[in-house]
Design a binder for this molecule. Sequence first.
Ligand code: C5P
Length: 412
Amino acid sequence: MAETPRRILLGVTGGIAAYKSPDVVRRLRERGAEVQVVMTPSAREFVAPLTFQAVSGREVRESLWDAAAEAAMGHIELARWAEAVLIAPATAEFLARLTHGRADDLLATLCLATTAPVFVAPAMNRAMWANPATQDNVKILQGRGITVLGPARGEQACGEVGEGRMLEPAEIAERLMQHLTCEPVLAGSRVVVSAGPTRERIDPVRYISNRSSGKMGYAVAQAAREAGADVVLVSGPVALTPPSGVHVVRVESAAEMHAAVLQAVNGADVYIGAAAVADYTPSVIHPQKLKKQADTLTLELVRAPDVLAEVAALRPRPFVVGFAAETEQLEAYARSKLERKALDLIAANLVGDETGFDRDDNALLLLWPGGQATLPQDSKLSLARQLVRRIALLRSPEQAPAGREALGGSLA
Ligand code: C5P
């Protein structure tokens, strides 16, 4: 395994989430990193440099024009020192400056001068985050290889609720370290992931759908991307921000999911069907809103295309991974699905009121022809990473970095 980068330059910009940045320093140091903090002038309005000095054990850098600091380690040297640059929080203003390649303060100059990977953890009011100016900036930055961590949804300092909160410090540290240490087990592969529910229209205002949040599929797409794959994420309607560096195709119905996946898997190496595609769809879509009439209403439903089975029937076909959400008899149902749909691997999980849907954690049972592995309760992202490693191992046993034992598998 590659050595984990140890020298992290933490840029702190001027947003209220800066009060959490000292904790980011602590979390990174807990994971063995050396952290050099660089603050923008407006970050000082929120947290005193002395706080960062105390938690990082290093003098904080703030200015391009500090002669003593420049003499000790000039800004270009500092840019070279960093093995990774993390900006947390990254304000809308700083993202805009980064997009424009400005070099008008120490932190912006360092971002321009460094060849190390750059990560940003945005934090701002939800309307500022949603503004097309910010969204366009983020897309440009992602296109240049900058990794965007978050933001999260939730309550904001301004009293509003929405997307724009900085990720929690522990999650920033965890995700950064994962990015820096992850092994490129899918490098050079093209991976297609489907995620989320589908919506089957009844009339112009109603549809049939399910409780899938898309979180597992999005985590799988992120894990595959981290592992070096080119990822296409075919997503049903969900309220999630796609992982950076992933190409997203948005669809609504099972028919659209079917068309988009079949197009995307052409030439792909791996297909991971994590979407909860409808099994049945209304036989007709009423052109006008259905009116209340009799006491009962019967809708006729017809089978929707089974995307997974169709991908598995292609020749040549990618390595095909299905998901099975079951409310009972998990292993028996999942194994029969594996065989019936001729899959290479199936990830099964129990669903019900307490488990599975719209949660950040889960537990999976992986089954493949000739073996199985239990992945105990963990975050969906951690499970997704383990799934990706298992896929790499099954596709090419001799190249995979970790043995079966390391992944907790058993050969049946
Ligand atoms: O048979 P079941 O629907 O439980 O199988 C679940 C798996 O099949 C998931 O991987 C899901 O993405 C896929 N599926 C599909 N198209 C359908 C129904 C399920 O691709 N119409």
